[in-house]
Design a protein around this ligand. Structure first.
Ligand SMILES: *Cc1c(COP(=O)(O)O)cnc(C)c1O
Length: 405
């Protein structure tokens, strides 16, 4: 296959590069890292630091960006869900940390609105808890207009409830503030999965401001950090509990001299051993990469980012203009107002192929182009700007033309 510029390491490995017009999907290797972030990561690998000191500095910087008391760099939003749940179960008790995922006799239930269930909540269950689904989301069936309501969450909270899980999104119900109110009335923390809720950058502060106790974000999506990075932020005691179950603590108590911005040594009787978060280890280069990307994400700002993405999608729409059997539109989606996408509506009968066929042919060609298949049942093929390299638009348009004629 023809090699694409700058793909030399993949050429050497014999692995073809792809064009990712889907999103920063994990299976498609996330997105394209800014060179500033990659350079910072390379530099980070050439020195050693104490990981607790590095994470403590990360805590201060993440606190500044989010308004939370403390923050932590995780191996992804899903890792943040695992660590956050573990923190809600154990609090600052190192004996309980050592016991996980055995939660017998502990607070070991997490209440979640039924409409918030998704496959990432496996990370919550991995801490040893059971999910308690609440409500009947009949607005999705078209049979009704309601979703889970806050009083139903209140009714499901028992002495066994470790946390309430809330998956943030433009259509998430009930409103987070209402969930926080009933959970806090019962003394239960709220853990928010905000993995993909950036941009807008204001969402870095929003969920904490609405009262969430812990919030996790993906670092490998729009922030543009390492593919396997994320943020957990929130209450100081809970972030400390998460950090204790994640960092390597193979050290004598007497020599453990942790930075005060992340740890309060007076609050624990001893150090737990490797915790439940250990398999989701984070390297120094990932911490540095995430922090660098976070600064750049905030500094660029929503307007400049939107203009950059819109320009890429306009170029793609222009490139596909007049393509046979399809109409092409640039859409500012109601659900994802901050990310413009190109919708190709295929006349499946005239084209003699379905939207899924088109996606497969784009995927199977050279270079392989990956579009978003989530609406193929409507005859729609979606293209996102978030993970594109400059110049990808014209290659995609050419491939679509060659498939549709
Ligand atoms: C992407 C995503 C995750 C996982 O994020 P990672 O950073 O890849 O671990 C979790 N929850 C939701 C809702 C997501 O969209």
């Amino acid at each position: 296959m023809p090699s694409r510029a700058n793909s030399s390491v993949y050429d050497r490995l014999g692995v073809p590069t792809i064009i990712n017009a889907h999103t920063t999907a994990t299976r498609l290797s996330g997105g394209i890292m800014r060179t500033e972030v990659a350079d910072a990561m390379r530099e980070a690998t050439q020195w050693n630091v104490d990981m607790a000191t590095l994470e403590a500095r990360a805590s201060e910087l993440i606190a500044g960006h989010t308004g939370a008391e403390a923050g932590y760099v995780t191996a992804g939003a899903a890792a943040g869900l695992l660590l956050g749940t573990a923190a809600c179960v154990t609090g600052l008790d190192p004996a309980l940390m050592n016991r996980l995922p055995d939660t017998s006799g502990l607070k070991n239930e997490v209440v979640v609105p039924r409409s918030h269930r998704n496959f990432y909540d496996h990370a919550v269950r991995a801490a040893g808890v059971t999910l308690v689904e609440v409500g009947l989301s009949d607005r999705f069936a078209g049979a009704g207009v309601r979703d889970t309501e806050a009083w139903e969450i209140a009714a499901a909270i028992t002495p066994n409830t470790a946390a309430v899980l809330y998956v943030a999104g433009p259509e998430a119900r009930p409103p987070l503030a209402e969930v926080v109110a009933v959970a806090h009335a019962a003394g239960v923390p709220v853990l928010v999965d905000a993995a993909a809720q950036l941009p807008p950058a204001a969402n870095l502060k929003r969920f904490i401001a609405e009262g969430a106790d812990l919030v996790c974000y993906s670092g490998g999506k729009a922030i543009g950090g390492p593919q396997a990075s994320g943020i957990l932020c929130g209450r100081r005691d809970l972030v400390m509990a998460a950090a204790l179950q994640h960092l390597d603590q193979d050290i004598h108590w007497e020599q453990w001299n942790p930075p005060a911005s992340l740890f309060d040594k007076t609050r624990i009787p001893g150090l737990p051993h490797h915790g439940i978060g250990r398999p989701a280890k984070v390297g120094k280069e990932a911490v540095v990469g995430l922090l660098t990307a976070l600064d750049l994400f905030v500094a660029e700002g929503d307007e400049v980012r939107l203009a950059r993405w819109t320009a890429a999608m306009e170029a793609l729409a222009v490139g596909m203009q007049g393509v046979r059997h399809a109409s092409v539109t640039l859409v500012h989606d109601r659900r994802r107002p901050a990310i413009p996408t190109v919708h190709l509506a295929l006349d499946e009968v005239a084209a003699g192929m379905t939207a899924l066929d088109l996606i497969r042919r784009l995927q199977d060609g050279v270079p392989s182009v990956h579009a978003n298949p989530s609406r193929v049942h409507e005859g729609l093929v979606l293209f996102s700007p978030v993970a594109l390299r400059p110049g990808d638009e014209s290659v995609i348009a050419e491939r679509v033309r060659s498939v549709l004629g």
